[in-house]
Design a protein around this ligand. Structure first.
Ligand SMILES: Nc1ncnc2c1ncn2[C@@H]1O[C@H](COP(=O)(O)OP(=O)(O)OP(=O)(O)O)[C@@H](O)[C@H]1O
Ligand SMILES: [Mg+2]
Length: 251
């Protein structure tokens, strides 16, 4: 693939739910942008379920461990807020007597955006997860202006979750860059079901599913085909392909 332009839009990796593969997709994006001559940066604005950024469940730790350019760097640099309880950010922070300020996240992003491109942010949970008393994850996404890529499961249940996610974005006038299905299970989802899921999501949303990422064996060196969905998203971004959401009757 042609080398990407140095300055690229920041990306927000969002998910239809928790545990769908957002961190793994973020990891692939980091590998991909490094391989294409960019110097990307990963931010997990709000990490829950971790005692500190070095905890075994820390998403930043996972990214730093598997990206050779980062193995000697400090994952704490990629986390703005970290809370112990594996709960929605509002409740995890409230139980520690803290309040998540969207401005603090924007400041961290602005700082990194001056040096790195793109900055890849990873959401916590799904779009309507409360971040503080009156803000949801989707408000954070809107504020940053980063372009969302939707990580969704490949198998049963994904049509509903993916279309609801797209409707929520549409209501806030946010255009996703693309949708990626992740088929992480030891046993792959049945091929006919995956094809039907793609067909349904595409026909009801008019957004292309960029592809399916299957189970990865080595996160430090994922198979070449894992990058195909990202390549498709990046090339349509370059050619300005749009027409998002015209098929969804959500007005
Ligand atoms: N393509 C894949 N191949 C192998 N394992 C995968 C793949 N995608 C996800 N996983 C595994 O599935 C689990 C959930 O994935 P991941 O941590 O990326 O989800 P997430 O959406 O980031 O979750 P969270 O909401 O907790 O941040 C992890 O153990 C991860 O290693
Ligand atoms: Mg994650």
């Amino acid at each position: 693939m042609e080398k990407l332009k140095k300055k690229t839009d920041n990306i927000f990796v969002i998910g239809t739910d928790t545990g769908v593969g957002k961190t793994v997709l973020s990891l692939l994006l980091m590998h991909f942008f490094y391989a294409n001559g960019c110097i990307p940066f990963y931010i997990k604005p709000i990490q829950t379920g971790c005692s500190d950024p070095y905890d075994k469940d820390s998403d930043a730790r996972f990214i730093y461990k598997h990206v050779s350019q980062l193995t000697k760097k400090d994952p704490a640099d990629s986390i703005v807020y970290c809370f112990r309880e594996p709960k929605a950010p509002y409740f995890a922070s409230r139980n520690e007597g803290k309040t998540i300020e969207l401005k603090a996240i924007q400041n961290a992003l602005d700082k990194k955006s001056r040096i790195y491109s793109p900055v890849i942010l990873e959401a916590a949970g799904g779009l309507l997860v409360p971040v503080n008393e009156n803000r949801l994850m989707i408000d954070l996404i809107k504020m940053t202006g980063a372009k969302p890529i939707i990580a969704a499961r490949a198998g049963l249940g994904t049509i509903n979750h993916t279309l609801l996610t797209i409707v929520a974005l549409y209501k806030r006038h946010i255009k996703p860059l693309g949708i990626v299905f992740i088929d992480a299970g030891e046993k792959p989802a049945p091929q006919d079901m995956v094809s039907e899921n793609i067909e349904a999501v595409e026909s009801y949303s008019s957004i292309k599913v960029a592809g399916v990422i299957s189970r990865i064996k080595d996160f430090s060196n994922p198979e070449k085909q894992c990058y195909q969905p990202i390549e498709r998203i990046c090339s349509s971004q370059v050619s300005g392909v749009g027409n998002f959401l015209s098929g969804l009757s959500v007005s």
